[in-house]
Design a protein around this ligand. Structure first.
Ligand SMILES: CC(C)(COP(=O)(O)OP(=O)(O)OC[C@H]1O[C@@H](n2cnc3c(N)ncnc32)[C@H](O)[C@@H]1OP(=O)(O)O)[C@@H](O)C(=O)NCCC(=O)NCCS
Length: 157
């Protein structure tokens, strides 16, 4: 695959990302629609939240994204709200590049990055653990009644 470039999102990227995001089994379980994904990104963009996308060559523009809330971690640290990579482009380092971009942004706010991951999403848990994250809590039924959200963090310095 072509070299991976991580950059801030532009409004033109939003339809691209929303279209592949709803094909992802994780977000299908959360019943995400193109309309809601689009609105979420547009509002986050307007609020000036950290929205990164990854390009992997001209054929793979915006094939991954990371969305962070600068003070979403207890008002003092960055919170990684969502990260995703287009299924066809997974397992090629795009997620790791986006996480690195999120961590660089987090260091401007504090010394750690927090995130939640669903209990059933064992692939993402392994991905985060390999990237140096550890589980420090669990919130049962927080988003979906039958799913526990696991709280992970990484101390960046
Ligand atoms: C979790 C997710 C973001 C990871 O993104 P990704 O681009 O696949 O991540 P990477 O390629 O950097 O790493 C994933 C795995 O591929 C492996 N990998 C990386 N480059 C590779 C390559 N060139 N060849 C083979 N394997 C490779 C990594 O070792 C890693 O293994 P691990 O998961 O066992 O740790 C992505 O799978 C995804 O979008 N999942 C659905 C949405 C989701 O679960 N989001 C997280 C919760 S919000």
């Amino acid at each position: 695959m072509n070299p991976i470039r991580v950059r801030p999102i532009t409004p033109d990227d939003i339809p691209t990302v929303a279209a592949w995001m709803v094909q992802t089994p994780l977000w299908q379980r959360y019943q995400l629609t193109v309309e809601r994904a689009t609105l979420n990104f547009e509002k986050a963009f307007e609020r000036g939240e950290v929205l990164l996308v990854a390009d992997a060559g001209a054929d793979n523009l915006a094939c991954g994204f990371a969305w962070c809330l600068p003070q979403g971690g207890f008002g003092r640290s960055m919170y990684l709200r969502l990260i995703g990579v287009r299924q066809e482009r997974a397992r090629a380092g795009v997620g790791a590049a986006l996480l690195k971009g999120a961590e660089d942004a987090a260091l401007k706010v504090g010394r750690e990055l927090f995130l939640l991951v669903s209990d059933f999403n064992v692939d993402a848990q392994r991905f985060y653990q390999r990237q140096g994250y550890s589980q420090i809590g669990a919130i049962p039924g927080y988003v979906l009644p039958d799913v526990t959200e696991l709280l992970y963090w990484k101390q960046l310095q």
